[in-house]
Write a protein that binds this ligand. Structure first.
Ligand code: GDP
Length: 365
């Protein structure tokens, strides 16, 4: 399943954020969250298009796309060497597709900071170093094996892998994350199953106090500056205040408090959407009277691959796809109206699916 892991030092607000996400369910009955394990929740991706389609089609069921969020607590200095429950948590991270790194950007003398003061840049480095050390250990072990294979000869993959691992080792030893290494397509292929922690896509969440949710603060500025070359998104969320708001009874009350803060929607919504982008996923819809549903596929997927998300038979037996653009459906109001207006296209195997497409697959069984 699609999974994002929340990491960060203790007391930066990870579980508060996790709880906000779990309370996002109260925002809209259509976007449920359920906790499947104490630290794992499944959250639906907010999408206005799905709501619009539901209004038009009036289906029996509605099924949004979902994402699993894992609260990875217990990451501390020394985790890579097994400090605390370090190794267990690091293996939790290995299974996630992307990382949400929470940084404490709020001052509060009542909340102890493990290193004595609020300094998100130092905190980020502490976590980065643990992840890098773990990767270095992994890379070194793999490198020995790959180098042996490469020496025996007749194994071009091993030669290439040895080269890639060598480059990873070099940057990791310099205290950088493996994601800075640029790989060719052929490199990517041999490196695909390394699952390094520091090559995972990452986004940063600055957890701020109430007064800073709109414009940020000096800590947020420092974070933005520090990560500017990482090509990573930085999101500002007031987890504490949003957790309070999430406790409110009615939607109207929540909206009122959010507006008082200067927000249109909860910061966690921004976060969910950003995490979704981070995974390089897009959404297509199926819109039948039984069910209106959102499906996620890797950006750039062709029609058969996208069909395979529903069922492998759809991919194997793919014949063609009937495609309506979301805008057309929304404007014209129904599949029949789109057909009539010539807004339903028949596409073949080579069609690259576009975000928002409403798909109907034809296939052989
Ligand atoms: P974790 O250890 O990273 O999971 O941190 P927690 O979510 O347990 O938060 C640690 C403490 O900080 C709790 O007492 C929270 O209520 C508090 N906290 C979390 N976010 C904020 C915030 O934005 N502002 C303030 N003042 N306190 C917060």
């Amino acid at each position: 399943a699609l999974q994002c892991g929340i990491v960060g030092l203790p007391n930066v607000g990870k579980s508060t954020l996790f709880n906000c996400l779990s309370n996002a369910k109260a925002q809209s009955a259509n976007f449920p969250f359920c906790t499947i394990e104490p630290n794992v929740g499944v959250i639906s991706i907010p999408d206005d298009r799905l709501i619009r389609l539901t209004e038009l089609v009036k289906p029996q069921r509605i099924q949004p796309s979902v994402m699993e969020i894992v609260d990875i607590a217990g990451l501390v200095k020394g985790a890579s060497k097994g400090e605390g429950l370090g190794n267990k948590f690091l293996s939790n991270i290995r299974e996630t597709s992307a990382i949400i790194h929470v940084l404490r950007c709020f001052e509060d003398d009542n909340i102890v900071h493990v290193d004595g003061s609020v300094n998100p840049i130092r905190d980020k480095e502490t976590i980065d170093i643990e992840l890098q050390l773990k990767d270095l250990e992994n890379v070194e072990a793999r490198l020995q094996k790959a180098a042996k294979l490469a020496k025996i000869g007749k194994n071009p993959d091993a030669v290439r892998l040895t080269d890639v691992l060598g480059r990873y080792k070099e940057v990791l030893e310099q205290g950088k994350s493996a994601r800075v290494v640029e790989l060719s397509e052929a490199d990517e292929k041999v490196a695909a199953d390394l699952h390094l922690l520091t090559t995972k896509p990452i986004l940063y969440v600055c957890n701020v106090d109430e007064a800073s949710v709109v414009n940020g603060n000096v800590h947020v500025d420092a974070v933005r500056e520090a990560v500017k070359n990482e090509n990573a998104e930085v999101i500002v969320v007031g987890a504490g205040i949003e957790a309070d708001i999430a406790e409110l009874e009615t939607y109207e009350e929540k909206q009122m408090f959010l507006e008082d803060l200067g927000l249109k929607e909860p910061g966690v919504n921004k976060l969910i959407k950003a995490a979704f982008r981070l995974l390089e996923l897009e959404t297509y819809f199926t819109a039948g009277v039984k069910e209106v549903r959102s499906w996620t596929y890797p950006k750039g997927a062709k029609a058969p691959q996208a069909a395979g998300v529903i069922h492998t038979d759809f991919e194997k037996g793919f014949i063609r796809a009937e495609v309506i653009k979301y805008e057309d459906f929304s404007n014209l109001g129904s599949e029949a109206a789109c057909k009539e207006a010539g807004k339903m296209n028949v596409e073949g195997k080579e069609y690259v699916v576009q975000d928002g497409d409403i798909m109907h697959f034809r296939f052989n069984v």
